[in-house]
Design a binder for this molecule. Structure first.
Ligand SMILES: Nc1ncnc2c1ncn2[C@@H]1O[C@H](COP(=O)(O)OP(=O)(O)OP(=O)(O)O)[C@@H](O)[C@H]1O
Length: 340
């Protein structure tokens, strides 16, 4: 068991140099001549950060109630003065990427395959058959994200979007005990929502700009990304529309990850498809649902399956910076852990 001094979790004041000060609030636009009423309109539309102003197309900004073409141009111009979105040197980009934090999965072997754990600023997807530990991994990350950085944490809060009704706060208590942290504090630092359908899921995600604006969140869980879409869109006739909506949601998730230095962790189901493309299918012919849209949105894809006895196997299938490798882990009272 890892002993953690609870005074070092995020309830205590973080060291000043540890705080993520990179999030620029839309209020900064006031210094560049944008009036408070127009800034309020941006907020009402879920745009809280300068980086969101820049990542939102002019076309979509024009949909914000009360913003004319002239105003949108002025806002874009002002935002462009605050953050450089043009070319920078690779050295500067390397500096930007130093903000990325790897959050421990609870298993050292799995962390090592992932290059330290689940990374902030991008989307990680785990998929696999039932009972292989996707939801247990999500619960374990809820706790490890709150740990001090030198113990594999990110000293941050967590948002959990539950689409299947499988979130269990009592599991968090067991996991908190394993890591020696205060369970009440752990639960207080998690904001939870049950997504009732795919539209509601999108609404919840669209509101996250205001939640993340203070820079204290480091993990967003969506368990599972596809469940509601599979219910709401049936048959081939609705597939195009489903994929379009899914693409929009994933685009939003990707921007949230980058703009607020948050790790987006989503679980996914598998379906049998003997004719599946070798690129996406597991060895047994099962493949994650969501098609190419999902495959391209996830920077890191991990396939989970059952191994010998109680062992589970995680295979890194896609990663921008790590080779394809496997790790074994198991599920215990205290969450995901190494095989003894
Ligand atoms: N307290 C616990 N101690 C040990 N193992 C547990 C505990 N709670 C759940 N498990 C194990 O976790 C597994 C279920 O994992 P999980 O719910 O993460 O699966 P999943 O991959 O999300 O599956 P599904 O697709 O059905 O949601 C089961 O094997 C269960 O026995």
């Amino acid at each position: 068991m890892v002993a953690v001094d609870t005074r070092r979790t995020i309830d205590s004041d973080p060291e000043p140099e540890e705080a993520d000060t990179s999030i620029l609030d839309v209020d900064e636009l006031q210094n560049l001549g944008i009036n408070a009423a127009d800034i309020q309109k941006l907020r009402a539309a879920g745009i809280y950060a300068i980086s969101t102003v820049l990542s939102t197309t002019r076309r979509n900004l024009l949909k914000v109630k009360g913003l004319s073409e002239v105003k949108v141009d002025k806002i874009k111009e002002a935002a462009g003065k605050l953050i450089n979105v043009g070319f920078i040197s690779a050295t500067e980009q390397a500096h930007n990427r130093r903000r990325v934090i790897a959050i421990s999965t609870g298993s050292k072997q799995l962390d090592s395959v992932l290059g330290g754990g689940i990374k902030t600023m991008s989307i990680t997807e785990v998929f696999g058959e039932y009972r292989c530990g996707k939801t247990q991994l999500a619960h374990t990350l809820c706790v490890t994200t709150q740990l001090p950085k030198d113990l594999g944490g990110a000293e941050g809060k967590v948002t959990y979007i539950d689409t299947e009704g499988t979130f269990r706060p009592e599991r968090l208590r067991d996991i908190a005990e394993r890591f020696g942290v205060d369970a009440d504090q752990v639960c207080d630092n998690i904001s939870y929502a049950r997504a009732l359908n795919s539209e509601h899921q999108m609404e919840l995600i669209e509101k996250l700009g205001s939640t993340f604006a203070d820079g204290s969140y480091r993990l967003l869980i969506v368990d599972s990304i596809m469940a509601q879409f599979r219910v709401d869109y049936c048959g081939r006739g609705e597939l195009n529309e489903r994929q379009q909506k899914l693409n929009q949601m994933l685009g939003r998730l990707n921007r949230l990850a980058e703009e607020y230095n948050v790790a987006v962790f989503m679980t996914n189901q598998v379906q049998s498809d003997p004719g599946a493309s070798a690129l996406f299918a597991a060895a047994d012919g099962r493949k994650p649902v969501g098609g190419h849209v999902l495959a391209h949105a996830s920077a890191t894809r991990i396939m989970l399956r059952k191994g010998r006895g109680e062992e589970r196997v995680a295979k890194l299938q896609d990663s921008p910076d790590m080779p394809e490798r496997e790790a074994t882990y198991c599920i215990g009272e205290g969450g995901i852990q190494d095989v003894a």
